[in-house]
Design a protein around this ligand. Structure first.
Ligand code: HEC
Length: 156
């Protein structure tokens, strides 16, 4: 249950860093929070890619319950991974994650709602619902990145 350890760590770091002041240079606890969330984002991208690939290869959606619930678990806890004091390099988060907290929370909530639909469709064995939820989840990643994450550098 490694994902629970990650979530617990994220929650603890969040608590520890709440007292830290906002700065362009992360506090020590903020630097830890950046490392933890980057690892979690990568794992969520792997989970999402794995689920999408399996679905496209015709996997029974009922077999994707654990993977989809890991995405939903992360989606629900995501804002906690951005405590004050965790802004600045090497983070790729834009300053509006902190200055527009309500908007960021809303983008995270849209992601969580979409991921919950993936879990529900998996449980129900609902292939069409699963396909729609996959699209909605992918769109929620992109919608948040567009506003709150530095754009990817062009690939060589
Ligand atoms: C609510 C906003 C939000 C949502 C939703 C979101 N992300 Fe992100 N994501 C971010 C932010 C902000 C960063 C930059 C984090 C940092 O560098 O501190 C990020 C970073 C990443 C990274 C780079 C991690 C690294 O190593 O630097 C990946 C990969 C990623 N996201 C994938 C995804 C995928 C896949 C989804 C959807 C399944 C998703 N994200 C949904 C905001 C979001």
């Amino acid at each position: 249950m490694r994902k629970f350890l990650v979530f617990a760590t994220v929650a603890m770091l969040g608590g520890a860093a709440i007292a830290a002041t906002a700065a362009a240079t992360p506090s020590p606890a903020g630097a830890d929070a950046i490392a933890v969330r980057k690892a979690a984002f990568k794992m969520s991208a792997v989970a999402f890619g794995t689920v999408k690939g399996a679905f496209e290869r015709g996997a029974d959606v009922k077999t994707l319950g654990f993977a989809t619930s890991s995405i939903a678990g992360w989606a629900h806890t995501l804002p906690v991974a951005f405590p004050k004091g965790s802004e600045g390099a090497p983070s790729e988060a834009l300053p509006n994650v902190w200055s527009d907290r309500a908007g960021f929370a809303k983008a995270a909530a849209a992601y969580a709602t979409a991921a919950d639909k993936l879990v529900a469709a998996s449980k129900a064995g609902d292939k069409d619902g699963f396909a729609a939820a996959l699209t909605e989840t992918g769109a929620a990643c992109g919608a948040c990145h567009k506003v709150y994450k530095k754009p990817e550098p062009p690939r060589a």
